[in-house]
Design a protein around this ligand. Structure first.
Ligand SMILES: Nc1ncnc2c1ncn2[C@@H]1O[C@H](COP(=O)(O)OP(=O)(O)OP(=O)(O)O)[C@@H](O)[C@H]1O
Ligand SMILES: [Mg+2]
Length: 373
């Protein structure tokens, strides 16, 4: 694949089959030593779909299960249960060995540490040639040369850098090589696990722009894992928020950030510096909300045990217009019209422990049980 590859239109809304779909994905890790039967639930039944040519950002604090989700999807971890569909095909039903090479040619992962993912004893040419050869895309020597040059150009590097060793490149350049290696197999989906978090702020934007360009020009779908909501807003079409191994909110990026409906999302949003934010910002209130989030085994924002997620699993509520594909799973969510004086959208950037006090009327409630928008 080279820079001349022309892409399909960005998000392909003509097909109903997502490029990647995860259904009810559960992952339990064994914990507590050799003879222990204890386990820790890293993923508690995740449903997520990424359409062709779409970038979905997965955000959430450390330990919420973001990497576990990506590693399960990349088949680096075996899920405890659930389904993973690539273009509608259930990949877990296939034999692991048979599936692996074919699967990797469709789905690639880019990791956080660009240095750790490149063996320092090899030149850049080695990594790209190996990828092309393994997936049968090297062709004859002349074609190989042209593909190597094309890959370097696509990721914004010069072909003469093929002779360099990883330590001779900057962090940003190394991450570009890691992306070129992923592109060598012409994947349909890239899972990028915090690809910019170890890079200097000044080079992050370049990597984000490159990812954007790959989506726009080659129609590649991406799961972009990040702690950084600002970059998620910049890059992603949609944002999914993960809390304690579950997705609690998802929506079109700008809408979700402007109208965060889940207390946890509001906590994350409140931590993003925003010069345009109006109204008072109370650090004590934020600290209290943070403590409530961190101390609860599950999402227990409300004092009423009947309302806690551990007692009853919350259903999905649509937030706002259907076009925004925005939903939230929270017992405390009230549609704005039903709780005018406590409307979530009234002060979207100020977290409140007690969000709503009124019960919504049946007519006004827009509850959609487990409905995917
Ligand atoms: N191999 C493992 N064995 C046991 N527990 C694990 C393993 N990998 C992850 N976990 C646990 O699963 C949970 C989710 O971890 P994960 O790495 O997916 O979080 P994360 O959201 O990617 O965090 P970060 O933002 O820090 O990268 C954590 O509680 C973690 O301790
Ligand atoms: Mg992680």
């Amino acid at each position: 694949m080279s820079s001349h590859v022309v892409a399909p239109a960005r998000i392909d809304s003509t097909t109903t089959v997502p490029a990647l779909e995860v259904k009810g994905l559960v992952k339990d890790f064994h914990s507590g030593g050799l003879f222990s039967r204890a386990s820790v639930r890293a993923l508690g039944g995740v449903d997520l779909a990424i359409r062709k040519g779409e970038i979905v950002a997965l955000v959430g604090e450390s330990g919420s299960g973001k990497s576990t989700l990506a590693r399960c999807v990349a088949r680096l971890e075996k899920p405890t249960s659930g389904r993973i569909l690539l273009n509608g095909t259930d990949v877990l039903k296939r034999d692991r060995f048979q599936a692996s090479r074919e699967y990797r040619s469709q789905l690639q992962m880019v990791f956080q540490d660009p240095f750790g993912s490149l063996n320092p004893v090899h030149r850049i040419e080695h990594f790209l040639t190996r990828s092309l050869t393994l997936h049968g895309k090297a062709g004859n020597p002349a074609q190989l040369c042209s593909r190597l040059d094309g890959l370097m150009t696509t990721v914004g590097l010069t072909p003469d850098m093929l002779n360099s060793y990883p330590h001779e490149l900057s962090g940003g350049q190394r991450q570009r090589v890691a992306i070129a290696r992923a592109l060598a197999v012409e994947p349909e989906v890239i899972l990028a696990d915090e690809p910019t978090s170890m890079l200097d702020v000044s080079v992050r934007i370049g990597i984000l722009n490159l990812m954007r360009q790959l989506r726009d020009q080659q129609g590649i779908s991406m799961l972009y894992i990040t702690h950084d909501l600002a970059s998620a807003r910049y890059l992603a079409d949609r944002i999914a928020v993960m809390f304690a191994g579950e997705l609690v909110e998802e929506g079109e990026s700008l809408d979700l950030l402007a109208n965060p409906a889940h207390p946890y999302t509001r906590l994350l949003v409140s931590a993003v510096p925003d010069p345009a934010r109006t109204g008072s910002y109370d650090p004590h209130e934020r600290a209290a909300l943070r403590t409530a989030v961190m101390e609860s085994a599950s999402c227990a924002f409300d004092g009423d045990p009947e309302q806690q997620c551990s007692a009853t699993e919350p259903v999905r509520h649509r937030v706002g217009e259907p076009a925004n594909q925005h939903w939230v799973r929270c017992h405390l969510y009230r549609p704005p019209a039903a709780a005018a004086s406590h409307a979530l959208s009234a002060e979207p950037l100020e977290p409140k422990l007690q969000i709503a006090t009124e019960e919504p009327s049946t007519a006004e409630s827009r509850t959609e049980k487990q409905a995917s928008t």
